[in-house]
Write a protein that binds this ligand. Structure first.
Ligand code: ADP
Length: 612
């Protein structure tokens, strides 16, 4: 079947249609023409034969009448004359007929046939019998010897109502039919030539249609593949030319539309990828079809993996499947907690927006995800903070109240005891003042931001002062404070008050949490490459368990609340220190070993070109 594919082309269809049309037309024309030609020739043939026979009969009537007068038989002379007459007549004529002259008894008197033996014989042919009765008649026959069609015409010879005999003529029609066949052959040859011409012409004409159509098909395929570069050639101004112009116009419009669509898509992709909210789009069955970068980061998965594994929105968000949870009807955001692959727990707020198709059927679904872990954590911290503050204030107030009550109840009578009670009250009041001051400072940081008074500072001098400040206090506790700094330390760019406070907080902690016999080291080192000075406060104190280290800089976070409180701590020292250090654009770190000691390190930026 494959090898006849070309027959299915328009070009060949046009050729076949042309050929069929011509064939059909020629069929009708041929049939009509052949019939007419045949009729014309047969009529002509019959007429010629009739005329000849009539002429012969008229001429021969005289011979037969005069030749027979008074005699039974025609004389040989008359017979000869008759032979000559018939011969001449027949020769003159084109019908090429054989003629017999038959007398009224049915006996052949003369014949033009080569075989003259029939002369004198009686003929019993039907036509002759009828003619001898006075009626001319003719018939068509097949000559048994040659197999040709022949026409037999018998005309009576009569005069004055007496029948003298009959002229019997038999003429072959084969010549006539040969002529007709020749004419029809000419017609058939003409038809074949016309068909060939038509085929060639049809082929050429069809090409004028098919070539532009083929070009348009090629171009349409190219357009489908996204190649809009070239247009089709317009060959003419006819309908096909108009189609070409329309096609080119359509290509241009399509290109514009696609470019516009691409621009829109890029815009949308840009918006999606730069959104801080995560966006996941899923199809009707919940299968994910798109995820933006934020969603990938929040869920710690790659869109390519999700698409490759055909994951659903429900599985990615660890939700029950759709049947159990008809999300499409959901409109309120969901708060969900997910444990990521790195075991980190995140809290997400997910808003589902179902997409509806124009027909009203449910389309896909868009999930907008916000990572609210930090938000909720801060919220939690804030709540904890308020609770902590209340608790921290209530404890000293309760202590003060009970001591004052005791004094009022009579303890004041005992000067030694009342002195001791008043000292405790004083210490608690001071702690409360410290706490309120620390809180005020932190709240100032939070509300107004930390305003530093940065200038060039001789850090070595600051460190020396700090060590001096604490050595007295620590000596009383049996703890040594050592200052270990290089001779030359660069000038730093910092707020000296802030740095002093950081050092105070760190050193007071070191003193607080180092038992008797321990030591505290205050060190400094220039890190020229990083353009900063590293300061460490290390002690040989009680240390901090590693699980607490992560949260130790949080406000009010303390390892041992009772111990801290008894030491006069507020739980805010490290939080304040971190705020102050970070305000300098650097950081603070803590390392510690339980029962071995603690090291707090922080950095201060060097002043530009400052060397100390
Ligand atoms: P506090 O006023 O309670 O000392 P901080 O914020 O200064 O509050 O410190 C928080 C907690 O960190 C302390 O309660 C204590 O448990 C722990 N800590 C801080 N510094 C040290 C240190 N040098 N050695 C051991 N524990 C420390």
């Amino acid at each position: 079947m494959l090898q006849f594919r070309w027959l299915k082309t328009v070009q060949w269809k046009v050729v076949v249609i042309y050929i069929l049309l011509i064939l059909m037309a020629m069929q009708f024309i041929g049939a009509y023409f052949a019939r007419e030609v045949e009729r014309y020739y047969t009529n002509n043939f019959s007429e010629t034969l009739n005329t000849q026979a009539t002429l012969l009969a008229t001429n021969l009537e005289r011979y037969l009448r005069t030749g027979k007068e008074g005699k039974d038989q025609l004389s040989d002379e008359v017979k000869k004359d008759i032979d000559v007459l018939i011969d001449n007549m027949v020769k003159l004529n084109s019908a090429n007929a054989n003629v017999q002259l038959i007398d009224q008894n049915g006996t052949v008197i003369s014949t033009t046939e080569g075989d003259r033996s029939i002369i004198g014989q009686r003929t019993s042919q039907m036509e002759v019998t009828i003619a001898l009765l006075g009626t001319r008649n003719e018939s068509l026959r097949i000559d048994p010897r040659t197999g040709h069609r022949v026409k037999v015409l018998v005309v009576p010879i009569k005069g004055d109502n007496i029948i003298y005999g009959a002229v019997y003529m038999v003429a072959s029609m084969e010549k006539m039919y040969t002529t007709i066949r020749k004419i029809i052959n000419i017609l058939a040859t003409g038809t074949v030539i016309a068909l060939l011409f038509t085929a060639v012409l049809g082929f050429v004409l069809a090409r004028t249609i098919t070539i532009p159509v083929k070009e348009m098909t090629k171009q349409a395929k190219a357009v489908a593949k996204g190649d809009f570069k070239s247009g089709v050639r317009v060959y003419s101004e006819d309908e096909i030319g108009q189609l070409g112009i329309a096609f080119n116009h359509m290509t241009t419009r399509l290109r514009e539309a696609i470019l516009q669509q691409e621009e829109e898509r890029e815009k949308l992709a840009g918006i999606l990828s730069n959104m801080s909210d995560g966006v996941i789009a899923a199809n009707r069955s919940g299968q994910i079809i798109l995820m933006n970068r934020s969603a990938e980061e929040m869920l710690q998965i790659k869109m390519t993996d999700v698409l490759a594994q055909g994951k659903t929105l429900y599985s990615v968000l660890r939700l029950p499947p759709e049947e159990e949870m008809p999300l499409f009807a959901e409109s309120d955001p969901l708060i969900i907690e997910i444990m990521l692959e790195n075991r980190e727990v995140v809290i997400l707020r997910v808003t589902f927006t179902p997409l509806q198709q124009d027909s009203g059927k449910k389309g896909g679904i868009i999930a907008v995800i916000q990572d609210v872990t930090e938000e909720l954590r801060l919220d939690q911290q804030r709540r904890e903070f308020v609770a902590n503050v209340s608790h921290e204030l209530r404890t000293p107030l309760t202590t003060i109240k009970s001591y004052v009550e005791a004094l009022l109840d009579g303890v004041k009578e005992d000067p030694q005891l009342s002195n001791q009670f008043l000292r405790v009250t004083m210490a608690e009041t001071e702690r409360m003042i410290r706490l309120v001051n620390d809180l005020l400072q932190l709240s100032r940081f939070d509300s107004q931001g930390l305003k530093l008074n940065v200038r060039h500072v001789d850090i070595a001098q600051l460190l020396r002062y700090a060590a001096d400040r604490f050595s007295m206090q620590s000596e009383q506790q049996g703890v040594t404070v050592t200052l270990d700094i290089p001779k030359k330390l660069p000038i730093v760019s910092a707020d000296p008050d802030a740095i002093n406070q950081v050092l105070d907080n760190l050193l007071s902690n070191a003193v607080k949490y180092t038992p008797e016999g321990g030591s505290i080291h205050l060190r400094a080192k220039a890190e020229t490459k990083a353009n900063r000075v590293k300061i460490t406060v290390s002690d040989t104190g009680i240390g901090i368990p590693s699980r607490d280290l992560k949260r130790i800089f949080e406000r009010f976070y303390r390892v041992d609340k009772a111990r801290s409180r008894s030491q006069g701590g507020t739980g805010l020292g490290l939080a304040i220190a971190r705020e102050l250090v970070r305000a300098h654009g650097t950081d603070i770190e803590i390392t510690s070993e339980w029962n071995e000691g603690t090291t707090v390190t922080f950095w201060i930026p060097m002043a530009e070109g400052g060397t100390g």
